[in-house]
Design a protein around this ligand. Sequence first.
Ligand SMILES: [Ca+2]
Ligand SMILES: [Ca+2]
Ligand SMILES: [Ca+2]
Ligand SMILES: [Ca+2]
Length: 270
Amino acid sequence: MRWVVAWALLATGCDMVFNVELPDGGVAPPPEPDATIAPVAHDEDGDGLDDRADNCPTAANAPATAGAAQDDFDGDGVGDACDPHPVTAGDVLVAVEYFTASTAPVWASVIPDTWTLRTDSLVSPPPPVTGQVGHLLERPALQAAGATIDVGYSVVDVGPELNSNHVEVRLDTTGDSAHCRVEESLLDGNSRLEVESSLVLVGSNFTPEVVAGQRYVARLTRDAAEHRCAVQGTVVTTANNDPGGVVVSAAVDLVDTQIEIEFIAIYAVP
Ligand SMILES: [Ca+2]
Ligand SMILES: [Ca+2]
Ligand SMILES: [Ca+2]
Ligand SMILES: [Ca+2]
């Protein structure tokens, strides 16, 4: 029997309610400060190294030789496979959420949607049969200058809208917002990858077509000079017209698209 539990999170001065449907009965886990405490014996990327021993817990990067160190060219503790600045030291993984049943996610729906927490992922509500519906998942603001966000997800379903089914990853600072968007157009059959900063939009065709069930990692990096949006080797950049502050809010914004989120990681340059 499935049941629904709701708890409130206080963040950025606003009450947010996160409705999570758990697969089995039991006592709802209380909210925890953040998932920098990785779960024991959990290997998100399947490279054989537990998350807590892995210098890049969301991308497979085990050492080529047993006992050797994982590649980290600039020696900042963030492995090359996921380092936002692989030849410049200073990157730090400041928050990561694996959506395991054993950790209560700090990510919360702004609208009291029902997202389903599975054993190792979070699934958004299904798209509507008709019309257009959006879903917004946010986390409390954190200190993260020059932040990068990685969202590992797969598309479960897209809705009936012809030209606006999309997954958007967002980092907001005071007075500025950066977006990395993957849009699936049923109108022309193309997928588009876009990055937006302070209303400056850059677009690029994104191939291959988004495939249901395939894992994608959307990465948005905001540096002082530019924003970069990267998915599966395609990168789109635009100028950062307003560097903003170091207090960053992060969000995953959906329209007419159902996704299964495997992880969300945030890096910062201290
Ligand atoms: Ca691992
Ligand atoms: Ca790894
Ligand atoms: Ca590094
Ligand atoms: Ca680095």
